[in-house]
Design a protein around this ligand. Structure first.
Ligand code: ATP
Length: 338
């Protein structure tokens, strides 16, 4: 089955006073209909720029190139502005970490929901208002009709994020790209929003590309996971497979940082990966993680192979499968998520 979203060899470069920042370095990924792909990685590894590049929403100074960038067969890299604007907010919707950056403080919730639909669909205002009320109820907002007349600042952070989800759903999208949608929320609201996204996906069959730095979020919602490091995808696969057999030393280190209930001693210091991420300005020779990797060896300074471990599980590492260091036990899916 062809993927709904196909990304091949995506690069994002941004000129800076220090030189060209090569923030996204040849990312390839695909999202099939109805599945959730989570992209995970430390702050600054290029997750947000990847999602903005897909949506065509990069900052003006950024340059994007890709061997293929397609949504349901439509070329997003070479397509006309009109075609892409017709897909965005319509069949491809985006949810950001901070709803206040995408909700206009000067307009009511109702106006913003309704306008989204009127911009893309041949429907009357009354039908759009009905859909807005229905969707606000569906995302768990009580007294939905009354909320339509409120402004964003009159809602709590959790309610604003529910409004953003309703807005993303207005035109019945096939794909939602959610960039850290729960990071700004407290844990209880975070769990509710994640459950809502999962329920909506099961009900409506929407594909979700979710960007997060939180492996707990991944464990709760992902079908597949892509692990990014310094602008590259270093490992990807089905979430159960990657959690059970993390194969890139960076993935293993990330999973090793999560406290495991019943196994991590109480009061032990929070885990961290020693070392720092290399600068993304200019070229990186060999493996970007080598400077922090406990198993780095000579070959890591050369070309890094992408190894297939079967069933769509791939890792970008010189170490042959089976030669991974016996690491500390890593968090399991059951322990941190489901
Ligand atoms: N407009 C910009 N100008 C210059 N550098 C930028 C710009 N936008 C992003 N960057 C840099 O590009 C790199 C990748 O940024 P990006 O926002 O994609 O990271 P991220 O993985 O989403 O991190 P976070 O989780 O902190 O949002 C970072 O080093 C960031 O500082």
């Amino acid at each position: 089955m062809t993927a709904l979203l196909e990304v091949e060899d995506l690069h994002v470069r941004i000129p800076t006073p220090a030189g060209e920042l090569h923030a996204v370095r040849g990312i390839s990924l695909s999202v099939r209909r109805g599945e959730t792909l989570c992209i995970v990685g430390e702050s600054g590894c290029g997750k947000s720029l990847t999602s903005l590049a897909i949506m065509g929403l990069l900052p003006r100074e950024a340059r994007r190139s890709a061997a293929r960038l397609a949504f349901d067969g439509v070329d997003l890299a070479g397509g006309s502005r009109r075609t892409i604007a017709g897909l965005r907010g319509n069949r491809m919707a985006m949810i950001f970490q901070d709803p206040m950056t995408s909700l206009n403080p000067a307009f009511t919730i109702g106006d913003q929901l309704v306008e989204t639909m009127l911009a893309h669909r041949q429907v009357g205002r009354a039908a759009a208002v009905d859909r807005a009320v229905h969707l606000l109820e569906r995302v768990g907002i009580a007294a939905a009709a009354a909320r339509l007349g409120q402004y964003p600042h009159q809602l709590s952070g959790g309610l604003r994020q529910r409004v953003m989800i309703a807005m993303a759903l207005m035109c019945g999208p096939d794909l939602i790209i959610a960039d850290e949608p729960t990071t700004a929320l407290d844990v209880t609201i975070q769990a509710q929003i994640l459950r809502l996204l999962r329920d909506l996906q099961a009900e409506l069959g929407i594909a979700i590309l979710l960007i997060t730095h939180d492996l707990g979020v991944v464990a709760r919602v992902a079908d597949r996971i892509g692990v990014m490091y310094a602008g590259e995808m270093v490992e990807e696969g089905a979430v159960g497979e990657v959690f059970a057999r993390p194969s890139h030393p960076y993935t293993r280190a990330l999973l090793g940082c999560i406290p495991i209930p019943g196994r991590t001693p109480r009061r032990s210091p929070l885990g961290a990966i020693p070392g720092i991420v290399p600068s993304l300005v200019g070229a990186i020779r060999g493996c970007a993680f080598a400077g922090r990797c406990t198993q780095a060896h000579e070959a890591c300074a050369g070309a890094i192979p992408v190894r297939s471990l079967g069933a769509g599980h791939r890792t970008r590492c010189t170490l042959a499968p089976g030669t991974f260091e016996a690491a500390a036990p890593t968090a399991t899916l059951g322990a941190i998520g489901r």
